[in-house]
Structure formats: C-alpha cells, structure tokens
Ligand binder design. Structure first.
Ligand code: PHE
Ligand code: NA
Length: 467
C-alpha cells in the first residue's frame, strides 16, 4: 500500500470540480445526438433496455475502476497503468491498454468535432430565423444542404477544434468550472422545455411506447451497439475519466461521486429521447433517420413554438458547450502523457495532437458528400474488401471510425481496465480508494468489477462474432 503518488498537472479544489469535469465529459453529443438516433435505428425499447443494463452492470463498475486507478496513479493513464503495474509486480505492458484508449479518444474527437460543428451551423441558422414555421421536409433539406457542403463542414469543424485546443492549452480548471456550473443546469432546463413541447404534440405516448416498450422475445441486433454506447456515453474505456480521477483530491469519496455522474448522464439521455421521438412521430418522420435525427426534428419544434428560435439559439449554444466539455476530456489523456514524456510545453503538444485529430476529421467531413460512396469493409460473394466504391453494404469513413472506437476499442479498453483494477491492483488499495459510504456494498461492487463486467463484455463480443 506504500507509494502515494503526486500529480504534476495539479489537483482540483474539491470533489465538485471532479463532478463538473466528469459530468462535462460524460454529458455531450452522446446523450443528445447519438442516443436518440441509435435508439431509432435499433428499434427502441429492447435497445434502451440493454443500454440501461450495460450502464449499470458494466459501465458503472468500470467507471469506478478508472477513477480509482487515476487517483492512485496520479499521472496520465498510460503512465498510471505502467507505475501501478510495476508497484503491483505486474507487467508494464498493461500500459498498452491505456495507449489504445488514448488513441480511441483522439479518433472519437476527430468525428465528434465535425458533428459539434453542425450545432455551430445551427446556432447561426436559429439566430437568422431560418427555421420559422419549418416543416419536416424543409428541415430535412436544411440538414442535407449542410452535410452536402464540404467547405461549410470544414469551416465549423476547424472552429470547433481550434476552441477545444485553446481551452486545453490554457489549462482547464478555472474557466471550465465557472462555465459548466451555469451551462449544465441550463441545458437541462431547455431539454425539459422541449419535453414540454413534445407533450403538446399529441404523440407523447407514442414516443414513450417506442422508447420503453419491449418484448422479451425481441433480442435487439444492436446488443454490441448498446454496450458500445454505454461506454461512449459514460466516457469510459479511453482514460478520460481516469485522467480526471488523477486530479481528484485525496479525501473525496469516489463511490458516490461517480454514481452521481452516471445518473446525470442517463437522465439527460432519456430526457432527450423523450423530447425527440414525439416530435418525430408528430412530423410523420422516420424514427430510424440516423445521424441527422436531432438536427431535423428539433428545428421543427423550435420553428413552430412562440419564441422558438430564441430557445433554439440557446439550445444549440448549449449543445456546443456540452460537446466542448466532452471534447477536452478526449484530448487530456494524450496531452498529459506527452507533457510527462517530453517536457515540452502544454500548448505545443496540444497544437500537434489537435492538428492530427483535425486531419482525421476531414475524412468524416468528406464521408457525407464527396466520399459518400467510398465504403470500407465491404462483404460480398467474393469475400471481404477493404474499400470499394459505391458498394451496397460497408461503412463510410465516419461509420468506420465510429464502429472501430465504440464497438471495439472502448469495450476492449474497458475490459482491460476492469481486469487490471479487479485482478492486479491490491483489493485493499481498491477498497480504500473507493471509500464507499456504505461499506457493505463493497463486495457487490467488487464482484461486478471482477466477474460481471469482464464476462459481460466478452459475451457481447462473442455473440457478435458468431452472428
Ligand atoms: N461521453 C461523451 C458523450 O456522451 C463522449 C465521450 C467519449 C467523451 C469518450 C470522452 C471520451 O458525448
Ligand atoms: Na454521455
């Protein structure tokens, strides 16, 4: 139990700052944009049920583990795993898990920035009043017009990435804390206003039915998708939560803190879904509309209520802010690692890494227009093809990066973190760091971490391979 490590990057003033930063990381496009559209694509109820189970049984224990590891190691995830492994007489190669997570976070940032850029475009659109009395087809056209234009997408993508890099380069603590304290509650209030609008559409129960009604016989073909999204939405499996854990004060209880974050994240996602689907049904749109869902349906609501475009303007500002607070947490593991490793300035390192993500992001920009027909991993009668033009199946560049990260790298990273915390780290060290308010719960948490979470990830992987 020896060796208390210290962080060279600083320590947060209180556990509240950790809650803000971790909630800022967790609550983002994953909740407002991705969760509703995935629920739509995978048919609603059964997907949502699997998602909630994955959050509770797999995501949450791993989130606890990441925070524990981070605070114990007090370094970037890569060096945290390396030093904790050495202290536990295990192989330093455990750090490779964090290396993979770090890369996954950068890949996520590459497309996250593009989508967040859409919300910047919508801020301007709302400000200009482009959505007055808009209907379903009109909103669809507005969205398609945006994604068809690579220059416009690149502009917003660049702007989003620049601001992200700027915040991280300056060091996040003070500015982040102040803005999140105001923005997060505001985002929630606006979601509730939208929920109110959804209630007036007369299709509210259809939305509820769609999200929560399931048959036990209906095993969703999106099981891996649901699990991957549980990791994505909680920001686990990549080291983002671990790196924030590294800046957490010694005395705070990790248990209750992390559970708060996971609950807030879940509530925001469900509220977004409940606000969105009634509007989808009222407008006669398809719930399976894919990535454009939120950008098509919400403007219909905003375009048709009193003061709607003012709310719409504020709403998309808040979406952008929520996306920024997530984006910075994707950069931080890599930036902290290279600061520790090279001793160069934080600003220089941030610039280089952000540039890398920006370039990869151009692939996502083009996948919506110029390269929309470039399909990766196509399977046909002749077998697998790495890339094929205009093929029926396969994935666009955006879909490929999303798939690789959410479906493979995040669950794998999370699995390795769980195994490390559950089987390599000393049990008493884990218990002491976790500091549960109700110590009797410890065996349950520890059992979830050692058995349920790893076995869960493996079962889902296996079921997907056998399909
Ligand atoms: N949790 C964030 C969201 O739901 C996305 C994220 C993934 C952030 C991985 C950090 C790391 O939008
Ligand atoms: Na989230």
């Amino acid at each position: 139990m020896a060796n208390e490590n210290v962080s060279i990057h600083g320590i947060w003033a209180s556990r509240w700052v950790f809650i803000l930063a971790a909630t800022g990381s967790a609550v983002g496009l994953g909740n407002i944009w991705k969760f509703p559209y995935m629920a739509g694509v995978y048919g609603g109820g059964a997907f949502v049920l699997v998602y909630l189970l994955c959050i509770a049984l797999i995501g949450l224990p791993i989130m606890l583990a990441e925070t524990v590891l981070g605070r114990r190691g007090r370094q970037s995830p890569v060096n945290t795993l390396r030093s904790l492994a050495v202290q536990s007489a295990a192989s330093p190669r455990w750090s490779w898990a964090a290396m993979m997570g770090m890369i996954a976070a950068l890949l996520i940032l590459s497309f996250y920035s593009v989508v967040a850029g859409w919300s910047l475009d919508y801020i301007i659109g709302m400000g200009r009043g482009e959505f007055a009395a808009i209907d379903g087809p009109g909103a669809g056209e507005r969205f398609n017009g945006l994604t068809a234009d690579p220059w416009r997408l690149t502009l917003w993508h660049s702007l989003f990435m620049l601001v992200t890099a700027f915040i991280i380069a300056r060091g996040v603590v003070a500015g982040l804390e102040r803005s999140l304290r105001i923005m997060m509650p505001m985002l929630f209030v606006l979601l509730v206003i939208l929920l109110g609008y959804a209630l007036t559409t007369g299709h509210f129960m259809e939305g509820v039915e769609f999200l929560f009604h399931f048959n036990l016989s209906e095993v969703p073909d999106g099981i891996l998708a649901a699990m991957g999204h549980a990791f994505f939405t909680l920001s686990v499996g990549v080291g983002s939560i671990m790196v924030f854990g590294a800046y957490m004060p010694k005395k705070s209880s990790i248990g209750s803190t992390v559970i708060t974050v996971a609950l807030l994240d879940t509530v925001v996602a469900l509220t977004a879904g409940l606000a969105l689907f009634p509007i989808v049904f009222a407008a006669g749109l398809e719930p399976g509309g894919g990535p454009g869902l939120m950008f098509v349906t919400l403007p219909i609501a905003f375009g048709n209520i009193a003061m709607g475009q003012v709310f719409g303007f504020i709403f998309f500002v808040l979406v952008a802010v929520a996306a920024w607070s997530s984006a910075i947490s994707m950069l931080e593991p890599a930036v902290a690692y290279w600061v520790e490793r090279s001793g160069r300035s934080r600003a220089q390192i941030t610039g280089c890494i952000a540039l890398f993500c920006w370039v990869v992001g151009l692939g996502t920009v083009l996948s919506f227009n110029v390269l929309a027909d470039a399909k990766f991993f196509v399977r046909d009668a002749l077998g697998w093809h790495l890339i094929q033009w205009g093929a029926e199946g396969g994935k666009t560049f955006f879909e490929l990066v999303d798939y690789l990260t959410s479906r493979i790298m995040l669950p794998l990273g999370g699995l390795l973190f769980a195994l490390f915390a559950g089987w390599v780290l000393d049990r008493e060290v884990f218990r002491a760091e976790l500091g549960l308010r109700y110590p009797r719960l410890f065996p349950v948490v520890y059992w979830l971490l050692r058995y349920v979470a790893p076995v869960g990830v493996l079962i889902v992987f296996a079921s997907e391979l056998l399909k």
